[in-house]
Design a protein around this ligand. Structure first.
Ligand SMILES: Cc1cc2nc3c(=O)[nH]c(=O)nc-3n(C[C@H](O)[C@H](O)[C@H](O)COP(=O)(O)OP(=O)(O)OC[C@H]3O[C@@H](n4cnc5c(N)ncnc54)[C@H](O)[C@@H]3O)c2cc1C
Length: 491
């Protein structure tokens, strides 16, 4: 057990007063210190508490929950939910409901979103307490040999742990020479804080973050232009999904420019000005009230003392083994800072579970990258898992494709949302499910069945025998599996 000198405030009975005295204290290091309270960090800390490890969690922000809870997954999907409700009001006549002059009171929409964030952030605090995790406020820096320095308004302290989990997350990348402000040039943080719906918005970047904000604000009535440098939007998805979202966005009158460049970004009196160079080389001046930069996320690996350790980086991301161990003994990394896994909340959480299981001597089953679902909350919604058709073919697999359109699904018609399809990528020989790609109503929920099927190593035949309740959206998933053998009924 380590011993450490400490100043203690004691009562001096002879003098009848309080005084400071120096004492050597026996000091038990933590079993685990987690740095960062995002979905990776807080879940790992709770699991460690459940396993009986003496655990502390350090967070530099006043609120718990990280990007996901404070300025990512949760606030965006809260706005998305309201955008969907609003759209139904606007088009209520389609369902035989007269709804004259509906009004959007955006400050109340924002207050609802903030309330949801606060409720869940406080919930994280409660869960940590229940798991007996000590919460420490401040900015953490690694000092090597299991030591961590924490700086906060109340001073500097040095802590020691047998194990450390780095879960410091990521922040929005900016374009060179551009800095966000709270008014016109925005990242995901500032756009979530707007007090009114902008009249017009340029979104640079058509990954998940860019297209989600485009979809949300278009539905609130904003005139939206999306500019993407790559040849297609949502470029990590199957090509058919990108094509369909592009088609749907254009149908919704979102302007989409792919293979395009945005330069000369300048603030104007009324907003922003951008030079757009389209894929065929034409230049155009675009103006909008706001500009959202959504060009990817930078890992928070600078300034946290990695130079005091053997931790190795790959283009700024931390290299780990399949148990989330870095090259520094006792130091693990999880979530958005990790090289080689997608920057998603559920990946961060799973990686946290693996790291804690490993240090607690439990079964730590590594992540299977082929079974990570990816969801994009646009309208229509996207859910995907496994290989795209192009990836499967590039691996030399002989594939069979099954596709089922939501137009053939009665529940989708009831919801008034029958655009999109489900695409199954299967191995020709044994019917192994290689990938499932959904774009359509609740696509991000429907993907769950495919993930479970793949995890259970079910084949296409098993999924064809699986009874799907009627009338449901997920019947379409069953139909898509039948479509692999040309046997779907309703299309
Ligand atoms: C707009 C948007 C929408 C998103 N939507 C989704 C979605 O729908 N689904 C999904 O799966 N993913 C989504 N993501 C991604 C998701 O938010 C991240 O993958 C997830 O938050 C990563 O979790 P993490 O634990 O690695 O880090 P983070 O959530 O980034 O948390 C890191 C924490 O560490 C703290 N920290 C950093 N450095 C220090 C330090 N030195 N000392 C103390 N504390 C420190 C930070 O303050 C922060 O609280 C979205 C992201 C954005 C931006």
């Amino acid at each position: 057990m380590a011993r450490r000198g400490m100043e203690l405030l004691c009562y001096d009975a002879q003098k009848g007063a309080l005084r400071y005295t120096f004492a050597m204290m026996e000091f038990v290091p933590y079993d685990l210190i987690v740095i960062g309270s995002g979905p990776g960090g807080y879940s790992a800390a709770i699991r460690a508490g459940q396993y009986g490890l003496k655990t502390a969690l350090i967070e530099k922000q006043a609120k718990l929950g990280g990007t996901c809870l404070l300025v990512g997954c949760i606030p965006t999907k809260s706005l998305l939910q309201t955008a969907g409700v609003w759209e139904r009001f606007v088009h209520a006549d389609k369902e035989g409901i007269a709804c004259e002059n509906p009004r959007l009171e955006y400050p109340k929409v924002k207050a609802r979103k903030d309330g949801i964030v606060d409720k869940h952030s406080n919930g994280v605090g409660f869960l940590l307490k229940r798991a007996k995790v000590e919460r420490i406020s401040g900015f953490a820096t690694l000092k090597g040999n299991g030591k961590i320095e924490v700086k906060s308004d109340s001073g500097v302290q040095t802590l020691e742990a047998k194990n450390i989990i780095l879960a410091t997350g990521s922040e929005a990348r900016m374009l060179p020479g551009l800095a966000p402000d709270s008014d016109r040039i925005l990242t995901n943080i500032e756009i979530l804080d707007l007090s009114a719906v902008p009249k017009s918005l340029i979104v640079i970047g058509a990954g998940a973050v860019g297209v989600e904000f485009a979809s949300i604000f278009k539905r609130f009535g904003t005139d939206v232009t999306v500019i993407e440098m790559l040849p297609r939007i949502v470029p990590v998805e199957d090509e058919d999904i990108s094509k369909e979202l592009d088609r749907q966005f254009k149908k919704q009158k979102i302007r989409v420019e792919t293979g395009a460049r945005a330069d000369n970004i300048q603030k104007t009196d009324k907003g922003v000005k951008v030079t757009l160079t389209t894929k065929d080389g034409k230049q155009e001046q675009l103006e909008a009230e706001k500009l959202l930069v959504a060009v990817g996320r930078k890992p928070n690996t600078e300034g946290i003392g990695l130079e005091n350790t053997k931790v190795q980086l790959d283009r700024g991301f931390i290299k780990v083994d399949e148990r989330q161990r870095t090259a520094e003994p006792g130091v693990y990394a999880i979530g958005d800072i990790v090289a080689g896994t997608p920057q998603l909340a559920h990946v961060a959480t799973r990686e946290g579970m693996i790291a804690v299981a490993h240090m607690a001597g439990k079964d730590a089953v590594p992540i299977n990258k082929m079974r990570i679902p990816s969801c994009t909350y646009t309208e229509p919604g996207i859910g995907s898992v496994g290989l795209t058709e192009a990836q499967a073919r590039a691996q030399g697999r002989k594939v069979k494709i099954g596709k089922f359109p939501f137009a053939g699904n009665s529940r989708a018609s009831m919801l008034g949302s029958h655009d999109g399809f489900i695409k199954i990528v299967a191995d020709e020989q044994y019917g192994e499910i290689l990938g499932v790609h959904i774009i359509g109503p609740e696509g991000f929920e429907l993907i769950a069945e495919a993930v479970a099927a793949m995890e259970a190593e079910a084949t296409v035949d098993v999924m064809m025998q699986t009874i799907h309740a009627h009338p449901t959206l997920y019947e379409a998933v069953g139909e898509a599996f039948n479509a692999v053998y040309g046997l779907s009924i309703n299309a």
